[in-house]
Ligand binder design. Sequence first.
Ligand code: SF4
Ligand code: SF4
Length: 161
Amino acid sequence: MTIGIKKVSRPEKMSFGEGLYLVEIVKGLGLTMGHLLRNIVHQENIYTYEYPEERRTMPPRYRGKHRLMKREDGTPRCVACYCCQTACPAKCITIVAGESPNPDVEKVPVSFDIDHLRCVFCGLCVEACPCDAIRMDTGWFTPPDDRRDKLVFPIDDLLEK
Ligand code: SF4
Ligand code: SF4
């Protein structure tokens, strides 16, 4: 969507009417009221969203908040290989590996945190993962919050998405 910019040429000196200011104030208020009334009548033309009640639809390739994929039995697909943590340029992934109870899987993440205050949404973690265990296809951007620690998303949060 492109919005046209109207160029306004201003004379160097104010006219007598402009010098009175009152006329210009009334004209300005009229313009504002015109926009207000037009937006009330034609709400479909308003370019803003009632966020967070109304969310913008992100393009399919948008790299949103991460999610960890699950196996069919509901356990994380991640094998705690540290490839994503190593590839991350912002050093915002912290993984603690543990032994898996499943004899077919060597390791599982005991904890897997992503600090979204540091993440630059480059997607290198997704590219580095050898088993498609991490994706950024949620379409969610980092939500605003009042505490920094709430923006470090733990494994339970990442598995839910
Ligand atoms: S998107 Fe980039 S910065 Fe964010 S966790 Fe993945 S590798 Fe790190
Ligand atoms: S690269 Fe994939 S499998 Fe390895 S630790 Fe990261 S999410 Fe887990």
